[in-house]
Write a protein that binds this ligand. Structure first.
Ligand code: GCU
Length: 650
């Protein structure tokens, strides 16, 4: 089968391709814009016209000095029957073109005043957890549910990078401007990408560059030892500093616009500065110093915790770890070091509070990391559109004052794409990738409006019934998934290792710090300051107070913050145990309803795509019922409290 066009089917370019368009300016990205327009015109009868000819669309690179961030900004206006897009930089022009594509015929109707568009967040990045060699446990793409890697095959960079170019194009169309091409867990083979195999990375960078996407690389902190033969990787050792400077200079010879490094250090067994008695700031600044002369950035991940915890130890709380490790270092990181923080304090669960680290380090550049790959949200076998979750995170005000969009300097998603013909395994998971890009561009955007865009682009000219059906399937899918999985923010309850499907006690006696503490009386983790781990007190302003007490803690996070008895009455008026039963029955019913709606769209969706989703729904339903019955049975057996409505629980 051919590769699915995702949100850029030819027909999405109908309005642009039917017009006479003048493209003005020079440079590689202007060439991309011109080629896009020419391709659309070939299909829809329009023309790329020379200067002096009347045109319905003008795309003009004005050049000149813009302010900071202007490289990506564009303006558009419609007057005298012409739509004009102007930009200072090539990326801006490209984003302007895709803006016009999104508007479709509306771009050419009436007259409108000049509008300016610019991204709120400068760095909008995807991290690929791709391995070059197939890892014996994790496979080729760690936590990947969309086939093999887009970049690597047969132990090296793909020879044919056509698909990578197409990927870059999709990313540009939703505003993503950076990609890290290998796994944050850097194994032996992949470590060499930094040095003797940098040419392969350069090939990928060449394929992504025409769409304004910069390439980044995950590197091992131990590289000076494993690649350079030095006896140490101590960040304060002069030989180590010289090694990184030289290695980085060679990277820039191969890739002049290289974005920088991504580093997972002292995390889940990866090497880091702790081995030398140094801090994370020492570690990050070492790489920042090597990158600074070339304009690169180091993304230093804050996902640092004790993954060898004794489950008997009630004083250690994994949720506290990132804050405890990093807040004392605020102000110590170099200007070109960005601390990359997972959106929640644990690990991409279906429901977590926003990490208290966000907003707590005013003198440190921060990027927020979300997970488009659905490790804990159904692994692209379940439909789970994450737009509403990400929007909640991005709208969170740590101290009640930070304006929307200034939450972070960068937004990063772990990519959900692979070499699957539909890119994302579950065709509807394409909506997650698209939504991430658009929310990164404008974190204040309404996710439902973004979904409308995705629907309109993916299915040009779709009848209202299709749009309504897709909304019915996607809008509430995150909430549905939450209902039939771990309740009220308690998290995990998954099968160990692969993390798919229910395992209520799967992590209960594990070293990973992920416990729910259910007994015959109640369930949940006491993270209050008064009687628990004190995690709630890591929040600033009003939040510490809100989370401290079960009376004020939002229901959906109750068991994340508190251990409460089964009879505890929620704000909804239900007891906690009845809420667990009800939501688990409802979640399965909602999934059944979504499957029914999808079946009714068969005449409106391309058959292969329809069949792929239909097949995934069968598995989602099977799995959702398993979740419902295991979670409900577990809590009935623990609590002895029957379901008020007498439904079947095993
Ligand atoms: C999760 C995931 C790992 C990944 C890690 C990370 O724990 O299961 O596969 O390596 O996150 O973000 O580094």
């Amino acid at each position: 089968m051919d590769v699915d066009p995702a949100w850029l089917p030819a027909a999405a370019f109908r309005a642009v391709g039917a017009r006479r368009t003048l493209v003005r300016g020079a440079g590689p990205l202007v060439d991309t814009v011109r080629a896009e327009v020419a391709r659309a015109c070939e299909r829809f009868g329009g023309r790329v016209v020379p200067k002096g000819t009347p045109a319905g669309l003008v795309l003009e690179l004005t050049g000149g000095a813009g302010g900071a961030g202007d490289e990506e900004a564009f303006a558009c206006v419609r007057e005298g029957g012409t739509t004009t897009v102007t930009a200072h930089g090539g990326r801006g022009l490209l984003y302007g073109l895709f803006h016009v594509v999104r508007l479709g015929e509306d771009a050419f109707r009436g007259e409108w005043e000049r509008e300016e568009h610019r991204p709120t967040v400068a760095l909008r990045m995807l991290d690929h957890w791709d391995n070059v060699a197939v890892h014996p446990v994790m496979g080729q793409v760690e936590r990947g549910y969309a086939g093999g890697s887009l970049f690597w095959a047969d132990g090296r960079a793909r020879g044919d990078l056509e698909r990578v170019r197409a990927y870059g194009r999709l990313l540009a169309a939703c505003g993503i401007n950076a990609v890290a091409v290998n796994n944050v867990n850097v194994h032996a083979t992949e470590a060499h990408l930094l040095t003797d195999r940098i040419g392969e990375v350069a090939g990928i960078a060449d394929a992504l560059r025409p769409y304004g996407v910069r390439t980044h690389l995950s590197v091992s902190f131990a590289a000076p030892v494993v690649l350079g033969g030095l006896p140490t990787a101590d960040p304060l050792d002069e030989r180590v500093r010289a090694w990184w400077a030289a290695a980085t200079a060679r990277v820039y010879e191969a890739i002049p616009d290289f974005g920088g490094y991504v580093v997972k250090a002292d995390s889940e067994g990866q090497p880091g500065p702790f081995a030398y008695g140094r801090t994370h700031a020492d570690g990050a600044n070492l790489l920042a110093a090597a990158l600074a002369p070339h304009g690169g950035t180091v993304h230093w991940r804050a996902f640092v915790y004790d993954h060898r915890q004794d489950w008997r130890d009630r004083t250690t709380d994994r949720a506290r770890a990132a804050y405890d490790h990093f807040v004392p270092l605020d102000g110590e990181f170099a200007p070109n070091a960005v601390l990359q923080v997972k959106h929640g304090p644990m690990d991409f669960q279906v429901r977590e509070p926003v990490s208290p680290l966000i907003g707590a380090m005013p003198r440190t550049r921060l990027a927020v990391e979300v997970q488009a790959t659905q490790e804990y949200t159904g692994q692209q076998r379940h439909v789970c559109w994450l737009g509403p979750m990400w929007s909640e995170v991005l709208r969170f005000r740590p101290d009640g004052e930070v304006p929307a969009g200034r939450l972070a300097d960068g937004l990063v998603a772990v990519s959900n794409a692979g070499d699957d013909p539909f890119w994302t395994g579950h065709p509807l998971a394409q909506a997650n990738l698209y939504t991430f890009g658009r929310l990164a561009w404008d974190p204040a955007a309404d996710p439902l409006a973004v979904l409308d865009e995705w629907i309109a682009l993916t299915h040009p000219g779709a009848p209202e019934r299709l749009a309504a059906g897709l909304h019915a399937v996607l809008d509430g899918s995150w909430s549905t998934y939450e209902k039939y999985t771990a309740p009220l923010g308690v998290g995990f309850m998954v099968q160990p290792g692969h993390h798919y499907g229910p395992g209520v006690d799967g992590y209960e006696y594990s070293p990973w710090g992920t416990y729910h503490f259910a007994d015959r009386d109640g369930v949940g983790v006491d993270r209050s300051a008064a009687t628990g781990t004190g995690y709630a007190a890591q929040y600033a302003g009003p939040w510490a107070k809100v989370y401290e007490s079960p009376d004020t803690c939002p229901d959906e996070l109750l068991l994340f913050f508190h251990h409460v008895p089964y009879g505890h009455v929620l704000h909804s008026g239900k007891t906690m145990i009845q809420h667990i039963y009800d939501t688990h029955f409802e979640g399965v019913e909602e999934a059944e309803e979504a499957r029914r709606v999808w079946a009714g769209l068969a005449d409106l969706v391309e058959p292969a795509r329809h069949a792929r989703v239909a097949e995934r729904f069968e598995e989602q339903l099977r799995s959702a019922r398993e979740w419902r019955d295991q979670v409900n049975s577990y809590f009935l057996r623990k609590s002895g409290v029957p379901d008020e409505r007498g439904r079947t629980i095993y």
